[in-house]
Design a protein around this ligand. Structure first.
Ligand SMILES: C[S@@+](CC[C@H](N)C(=O)[O-])C[C@H]1O[C@@H](n2cnc3c(N)ncnc32)[C@H](O)[C@@H]1O
Length: 281
């Protein structure tokens, strides 16, 4: 299986999943970016993005960190965001409206034109079915000396914003732990990430960490967020069991999971990500 195969079942599933949740993510993007924006800013800093440069954003979703980078490269630079999900890309294009230096393409790493100064990626690499092939394709999309800076999530126990809801629903549905494979926590081991980047031909690979300070209005808001961005597979299982994924038992299980994170009338869900930087020789 390669990163360029259109018949790849992982790519097909990723496309369907992210298409299905794009509206939910859009509804929460303002609140999410209040904390996640710091990661985009840090990736731009790590990548050394400067005015006039050409930047590729892999797995851009609704357009981050592409839009943050677009403000830095300015009118003499350009940003290209790629994503498998046509609905994510359509929404990213809407959010970028008026920025002449930014465009978005539907596709994976192979869809990206080459010669970029910097490749950025926020929380997308763990969803690539073939991570080594994807990293090699991203290295090829860089000019010699160009830099890749990417964020991936740390281990689930340190990422309550994402893992808490999945954990609560897995307990409610008595699900087995998910099999190894693409998912938010597929690249949570810093040493394996460093070795994977080095094996893909990046040099001077450095992995650092950062905690993202997510805050929501309260446990009920956390339940609402989790339900709005719920992948279709879990949505289907909840409907089979409760008739409606927004059944009070489901909302209660999610709100209870967030109860221990209450502060100042809201909930605070500090979540760890790994930041990886490497250069194309
Ligand atoms: C967690 S979202 C991150 C979106 C955005 N970068 C952000 O930080 O908000 C992961 C994104 O990666 C995209 N994706 C998953 N596998 C991909 C692949 N092989 N090639 C390109 N995009 C992919 C998904 O469609 C989804 O939009």
């Amino acid at each position: 299986m390669t990163a360029t195969s259109d018949a790849d079942p992982i790519r097909a599933e990723q496309t369907a999943t992210w298409d299905a949740v794009s509206a939910g993510w859009l509804a929460w993007t303002g609140e999410f970016e209040r904390a996640a924006g710091a990661v985009s800013a840090e990736l731009v800093r790590l990548g050394g993005v400067r005015p006039g440069q050409s930047v590729l954003d892999f797995g851009t979703g609704l357009g981050e960190p592409a839009l943050t980078a677009a403000d830095v490269v300015g009118p003499t630079g350009e940003v290209v965001g790629v994503d498998l999900s046509p609905r994510m890309v359509a929404r990213a294009r809407e959010r970028a409206a008026g920025r002449a230096n930014t465009r978005f393409l539907v596709g994976g790493a192979e869809a990206a034109p080459g010669g970029h100064d910097v490749v950025l990626s926020r929380w997308a690499l763990p969803f690539a079915g073939d991570v080594p092939a994807t990293l090699r394709a991203l290295r090829s999309a860089l000019r010699p000396g160009g830099v890749l800076a990417a964020a991936v999530w740390g281990p689930p126990a340190e990422v309550p914003m994402i893992a808490l809801g999945f954990g609560a629903l897995s307990r409610l549905l008595a699900l087995d732990p998910p099999p190894h494979g693409p998912g938010p926590f597929a690249l949570a081991d810093p040493e394996r990430v460093r070795a994977g980047f080095a094996a893909a031909g990046f040099r001077d690979v450095v992995v650092t960490g950062m905690v993202v300070d997510f805050r929501l209005a309260g446990p009920e808001a956390f339940a609402g967020f989790t339900l709005d961005v719920l992948p279709p597979r879990l949505r289907g299982l909840l409907r089979d069991r409760f008739g409606d994924e927004r059944h009070p038992s489901v909302r209660q299980a999610l709100a209870e999971a967030a109860d221990g994170f209450r502060v100042d009338g809201g909930v605070r869900l500090p979540s760890r990500c790994l930041l990886v930087r490497g250069a194309r020789p």
